[in-house]
Design a protein around this ligand. Structure first.
Ligand SMILES: NC(=O)c1ccc[n+]([C@@H]2O[C@H](COP(=O)([O-])OP(=O)(O)OC[C@H]3O[C@@H](n4cnc5c(N)ncnc54)[C@H](O)[C@@H]3O)[C@@H](O)[C@H]2O)c1
Length: 356
């Protein structure tokens, strides 16, 4: 078992990573809830079906008094109605400010629970026990919590750090292949922006879900370091958005249900790497190396839509500034930086890419 500490002053917490850890997680959670206080375990039907028995046994063995809230799976729960359903459940179990909320699931459960924890009685402690690869390497770490509103994704949210992130990579053994692939896009992203060493371990023999502990540890280590230096996303944390500017535009263009987040980010990374090369910002050949890594995990890398259609979406993005947007580029694999680019520069580079 390995432990990382997220060094946020006043909000320090541990990320504990270990195969088979679900068996002992009850003891870790027991120490976080106030004595005699119940814990609210929030999960979804798929996660509970696959791992609920083990998780309940672990909590019961540790003497944790808990109640479950089992949601249907899917992004639709990360909504006002999902949130009010949780408030109703917390009210029913008389969850006090000294109680604990446990998010046991993927990024949907994690983001929703984190926001509920930030707002229930003005803030109650919560722990993340992530079960998708995306959640284990990304969404459970860093304290970004949110729900979607009718006007857009993640529009109501808060920075609210958990008290613990407990990751058992063995839970990934039941993850559908498509969800695994989508998470791998984020793992490859960490290598691309920050660690050539990690990138190389991923491009050798592709690890199975069971062998990913070291890669998960390294991703969490990169993210926790960045979050400790820039919690509110004004500087270095933006590097984590590599591939996300165009990836989000692709998700929006396709109505958010055609591609999983990681699949859209994979397209976005390839497009950003291509733009970087054409603008002389990235080492020649960077996008080819990235493409091979993504394809090794079965991710598509050729966005089938019209890239020109993405420009109007970029223009309306909340992160656009004047006539352009700040994007993340790779100097080479393992090194990244942000730079403002105009929409005209993006359009020209995308058109040049389509013509090749
Ligand atoms: N907070 C952040 O920093 C951050 C970062 C990235 C993404 N996100 C958010 O994360 C969400 C996506 O998260 P996700 O990709 O984990 O999706 P998800 O939570 O919807 O999980 C994907 C699917 O896998 C199932 N599942 C989860 N764990 C399983 C397991 N171990 N075995 C079998 N099935 C399992 C779920 O039931 C679901 O059907 C989005 O809402 C996105 O906005 C947040």
């Amino acid at each position: 078992m390995k432990t990382l500490s997220v060094g946020l002053p006043g909000n320090e917490y541990d990320i504990v990573i270990g195969r088979g850890m679900l068996d002992g997680v009850g003891h870790m959670l027991r120490d976080l809830a106030g004595s005699g206080e119940p814990a609210a375990v929030v999960t979804d039907e798929n996660v509970w079906r696959a791992h609920g028995e083990k998780f309940s046994a672990s909590l019961s063995d540790a003497g944790v008094d808990f109640e479950r809230v089992i949601l249907p799976p899917g992004e639709a729960n990360k909504s006002m109605s999902g949130l009010s359903g949780l408030y109703e459940a917390f009210s029913g179990m008389e969850l006090s400010r000294r109680g604990l909320i446990v998010a046991f699931g993927g990024g949907v459960v994690g983001d929703l629970c984190g926001f509920a924890a930030a707002t229930w009685k003005r803030g109650v402690g919560y722990a993340q026990v992530p079960t998708t690869l995306l959640a284990q390497v990304d969404s459970s770490v860093g304290g970004k919590t949110a729900i979607n509103l009718a006007y857009g994704k993640n529009l109501a949210g808060a920075f609210y750090q958990p008290k613990l992130v407990a990751i058992d990579p063995d839970t990934l053994s039941t993850l559908p292949a498509r969800e695994f692939r989508s998470g791998m896009a984020e793992v490859i992203k960490y290598g691309a922006i920050y660690s050539e060493g990690l990138f190389e371990t991923l491009t050798g023999d592709a690890p199975s879900p069971r062998d990913l502990s070291d890669a998960i540890y390294e991703c969490c280590s990169i993210k926790s370091g960045i979050v400790a230096r820039d919690e509110r996303d004004f500087g270095e944390r933006m590097l984590l958005n590599f591939g996300h500017t165009l990836g989000h535009a692709i998700e929006k263009k396709s109505g958010f249900d055609r591609y999983r987040h990681g699949e859209a980010v994979a397209f976005g990374m390839i497009l950003a790497a291509g733009i970087g090369e054409r603008m002389g910002l990235s080492a020649p050949g960077t996008s080819d190396v990235l493409r091979k890594a993504l394809e090794a995990y079965g991710l598509e890398t050729e966005y089938p839509g019209e890239t020109g259609d993405l420009i109007p979406i970029l223009k309306s993005d909340k992160k656009s500034e004047g006539n352009g947007v700040r994007m993340v580029f790779l100097k080479c694999i393992g090194e990244s930086f942000t730079r403002p680019v105009s929409f005209a520069e993006i359009q020209n580079a995308l058109e040049a890419g389509s013509a090749e």
